[in-house]
Design a protein around this ligand. Structure first.
Ligand code: SF4
Length: 368
């Protein structure tokens, strides 16, 4: 398949691995930001093929994984109201809240529906004018423009039975928060290609400059990822730190200006809690005052709900590259995709789910 098979070419993979081996002389820790990249790395065994000096750690770029527990509880509270149709991407329905998940609300008679776009939720609002339709707006910069355009459309149509539970987060503040941590292990980042398709890569230039950390924009196929790793290691070995774009077939320096303008028109930056990690200043988005009437937290008065995370789940440490999933005592026994204790075991982009799916349960197997 064009634009796919050539990025899975075994000959190219072999050649890139040989070049990575040739340039690597010291230990380096490289973090891929995005959970989609984590799954590709684990599924294709890329981490096992690298020289032993290179360790890949898995970043917080899984929106389902970092949605805070209290917001899941708020979603459950809203979905339990009698006149509500609560809509969400599928993964969110299985994420455990403090006491239950959204599937349980549905099983108890709540009208909880899976949608594939916020526009699907808006269509439901048109179809059921007597119901309140709420969309759980979760995601990074990749999905935010869709949400922004949907709110603008709702406003144009004067709809008052549609609202959003907003959990949109931003990648660069999370990257700097990890680098600011005294526990930081990251020497270089692989930045997520799809986020950069919207935002461009210039947003990473201040990070590379201030922290002297290479940032390489990378795609999702094995050749993309190995090109990114080669670029990162080459910079590290030379003592360089700049942004490189290894995904030029999709990403430009400026990104999609139209999408960025829509987001800026509808949302403003705010502090945001990340599940397992805690509060990261200026890392989230909230609706601007002009669009505040579409804020489900206000409409349903759930602002005051708070929650405490289970001390047994170490997903926050996994998402900061400080632990691997198999280092969690619950991994594969008390916590499985069928009985998830944390969001990283639920999400199709979660690191724990990837390690479980591809049998990475044993420390001794990770380097074979
Ligand atoms: S295995 Fe389960 S409990 Fe452990 S960190 Fe992952 S999600 Fe949390």
């Amino acid at each position: 398949m064009k634009h796919l098979s050539e990025y899975r070419d075994p000959g190219l993979v072999k050649a890139l691995l040989s070049r990575i081996n040739a340039v690597t002389t010291r230990p380096w820790v490289i973090m891929e930001i995005c959970g989609g990249q984590t799954h590709s790395i684990v599924k294709n065994g890329i981490d096992r093929m690298l020289p032993p000096q290179i360790e890949l750690v898995h970043g917080p770029g899984c929106p389902v994984c970092v949605t805070p527990l209290e917001l899941i509880d708020k979603a459950i509270a809203i979905a339990s109201f009698p006149n509500v149709i609560f809509t969400s991407f599928g993964d969110m329905l299985r994420v455990p809240g403090s006491k239950k998940d959204l599937f349980m609300v549905r099983a108890a008679g709540g009208d909880v529906r899976i949608v594939y776009s916020p526009l699907d939720a808006l269509a439901l609002a048109r179809q059921f004018p007597d119901k309140q339709v709420v969309f759980f707006a979760v995601g990074f910069e990749t999905t935010t423009p869709n949400t922004a355009m949907t709110v603008k459309q709702a406003m144009r149509e004067g709809m008052n039975n549609f609202s959003l539970l907003v959990s949109h987060v931003l990648v660069p503040p999370a990257m700097t928060a990890l680098l600011d941590s005294p526990l930081n292990r990251v020497n270089a980042y692989l930045a997520a290609g799809h986020v950069c398709a919207v935002m461009g890569w210039q947003q990473y230039e201040p990070i590379a400059g201030k922290y002297h950390v290479p940032v390489v924009v990378t795609g999702f196929e094995p050749v993309d990822l190995l090109n990114g790793i080669l670029s990162a290691v080459t910079q590290l070995e030379r003592g360089e730190a700049r942004v490189e774009n290894q995904y030029p077939r999709v990403v430009s320096r400026e990104g999609n200006m139209s999408a960025k303008n829509d987001v800026t028109e509808v949302f403003e930056i705010t502090d945001r809690a990340w599940r397992g990690i805690g509060n990261i200043p200026r890392s989230g988005l909230r609706l601007r005052e002009e669009f505040a009437s579409y804020d489900a937290e206000k409409r349903f008065a759930v602002d005051s709900i708070t929650a405490t995370e289970s001390p047994d789940c170490i997903s926050g440490l996994v998402l900061q590259g400080l632990k691997k999933p198999f280092e969690c005592a619950a991994f594969g026994n008390r916590c499985t995709p069928q009985t998830p204790m944390g969001a990283t075991m639920v999400s199709s982009e979660g690191a724990c789910a990837a390690y479980y799916a591809y049998h990475r349960g044993d420390l001794n197997l990770t380097r074979q």
